[in-house]
Design a protein around this ligand. Structure first.
Ligand SMILES: [Fe+2]
Length: 293
């Protein structure tokens, strides 16, 4: 079985590119690049040329998720595994490969209806990346760009698919209640980051609940929190620490209405001694729901 190395990039379909441009630059501290050949607006956060690609459109949701592998042989192995599992796999077109800035990609539709791309050879930026706002930088080396929490159509089927067909590894479960709704969340890892993919059946119309970016200093969590207050970005949850990955973080709303989480101090997994647990709550402290105005 091929092994997914990390969460490589995310494509979002957004209705207000101007709002996203300001949000990405002035709140998250990302760098906005020149439009890609397909018109997508790239956002940079580390040595990769881009980690987000914003496409103008009405969905205001995730358009695709890109998982990075080491080389074409690893991509081909994943393709064979998908084929054996009866999942239709398509080769990326030359235009798609140019748009993403990768050396090669395949794609399929995952159990949640999300276009999922498996690629290798991400383009790197010409110069090293330094954020104007996030002084400590983003923690991505060997851990990918962060994590996503997806709204699952069928959590059991999603877990089976990602573990058995794609080779993701179980981190833990959270069985808890949030805003009057009981949920069972599943957390999977592909590298030392506690989870790169999480999912739960949520009472949401969107397919993406949130994307998490990890900064290298608690001060940059606080500074990002301050920028949200100053610029009127609505919060979803206050500062808190998660029980499972022990991340200290807060949540707010992106201009597309799905959430972002900015955190620090996430725990890393060593598969040689990891014990899977089920946690009775999402957070040790904080993460109190905020009802936006
Ligand atoms: Fe998260």
């Amino acid at each position: 079985m091929g092994t997914v190395a990390e969460l490589g990039y995310l494509g979002f379909e957004v209705s207000d590119l101007g709002a996203w441009r300001r949000f990405a630059r002035d709140v998250l501290g990302l760098a906005v690049g020149a439009p890609r050949p397909d018109g997508a607006l790239p956002l940079r956060m580390d040595r990769h040329a881009h980690r987000f690609l914003l496409h103008e459109g009405p969905a205001d949701d995730v358009a695709y998720v890109g998982w990075e592998l080491g080389d074409q042989a690893a991509v081909d192995e994943i393709a064979r595994g998908l084929d054996r599992a009866g999942v239709p796999v398509r080769a990326g077109t030359a235009a798609e490969i140019a748009g993403r800035g990768v050396a090669g990609l395949i794609w399929f539709v995952d159990p949640n209806g999300i276009r999922t791309e498996i690629f290798h050879g991400a383009a790197l930026g010409r110069e090293g990346f330094v954020s104007d706002l996030v002084r400590s930088g983003f923690n991505t080396a060997g851990q990918g760009m962060g994590h996503v929490l997806v709204n699952a159509r069928d959590s059991s089927e999603t877990e089976r698919f990602y573990r058995e067909v794609l080779g993701f590894t179980l981190s833990d479960y959270v069985d808890a209640e949030a805003m009057g709704h009981r949920f069972h969340a599943v957390f999977l890892h592909v590298n030392p980051r506690h989870h790169s993919l999480a999912f739960a059946e949520l009472p949401l119309k969107k397919r993406l609940h949130h994307v998490m970016l990890e900064v290298n200093s608690i001060d940059d969590v606080g500074a990002t929190f301050d920028r949200c207050q100053e610029l009127g970005v609505p919060l979803q949850r206050t500062l808190g620490r998660h029980q499972n990955d022990r991340m200290v973080s807060f949540y707010g709303y992106t201009p597309s209405g799905f959430c972002f989480e900015v955190g620090w101090g996430g725990r890393e997994i060593d598969d040689r001694n990891w014990v899977v647990r089920t946690y009775p709550g999402a957070s040790e402290w904080g993460h109190r729901p905020v009802v936006p105005a």
